[in-house]
Write a protein that binds this ligand. Structure first.
Ligand code: E4P
Length: 218
């Protein structure tokens, strides 16, 4: 399973990239606003740090505007994936950008029917938002299960399931069991995934016993 990082904080991305766990990055207008920086600068820097797909989202709502913005974002670097909303205009723009060879991440997916349309439009990634579904009392992971099942019926489909709006490591584990290709993680969740109290306890015990031997490996 690939891990993308869901942030526009370049310093945070630099730190996490060193762990070797980061296969790509996703941003959205809210995350760019939070960074307090210009989108073109932030995306260019992220593309330099991480060679994998870097999602940059358009803000136009009509196809023509999406195409203009999408082409400008895609021109930043070869690894930009233009992020388009799951609307009629968004999927129309998706088809055009994909035909031109640009990666597209279709975002704000909340149903399996929407995911089917995105795959038909040739999306590189479909981003179902699990946390936001959980927030309104629906089961976000059931949507991931449905999309994985549907896509697996059509092996010719190349669209990857990118689990978004992830709120905790259990979402990631469940998504991996379902065969989702990618999860995009807020940095805190990637860090949480390393943790287990028995790891800490076991390490402390090993180090205490080792100290008693008076040995040194180097
Ligand atoms: C993914 O591409 C989105 O940027 C993100 O996962 C949304 O997460 P949120 O629901 O926590 O804002």
């Amino acid at each position: 399973m690939k891990f993308f990082i869901d942030t526009a904080d370049v310093e945070e991305i630099r730190k996490l990239a060193k762990t070797g766990m980061v296969d790509g990055v996703t941003t959205n207008p809210t995350l760019i606003a939070k960074s307090g920086r210009k989108i073109m600068d932030v995306i260019a820097e992220i593309c330099d740090v991480v060679p994998g797909p870097i999602s940059a989202e358009v803000t136009a709502t009509e196809t023509e505007g999406m195409l203009k913005e999408g082409r400008k974002l895609a021109a930043i670097a070869k690894n930009v994936a233009v992020k388009l909303p799951l609307t009629v205009d968004g999927l129309t723009a998706c088809k055009t950008l994909r035909d031109a060879g640009t990666m597209v991440n279709v975002t704000l997916c909340f149903s399996a029917a929407q995911a089917l349309l995105a795959a038909k439009a040739g999306a590189t990634f479909i981003s179902p938002f699990v946390g936001r579904l959980d927030d309104i009392g629906q089961d976000g992971m059931e949507l991931i299960s449905d999309i994985c099942q549907i896509y697996s019926q059509y092996p010719e489909l190349e669209t990857e399931v990118l689990v978004a709006s992830v709120r905790h490591p259990v979402h990631v584990v469940q998504a991996a069991k379902m065969g989702a290709h990618v999860a995009t993680l807020p940095p805190a969740i990637l860090r949480q995934m390393y943790n287990h109290p028995l790891t800490d306890k076991g390490l402390a015990a090993f180090l205490a016993d080792w100290a008693k031997t008076g040995q040194s490996i180097l």
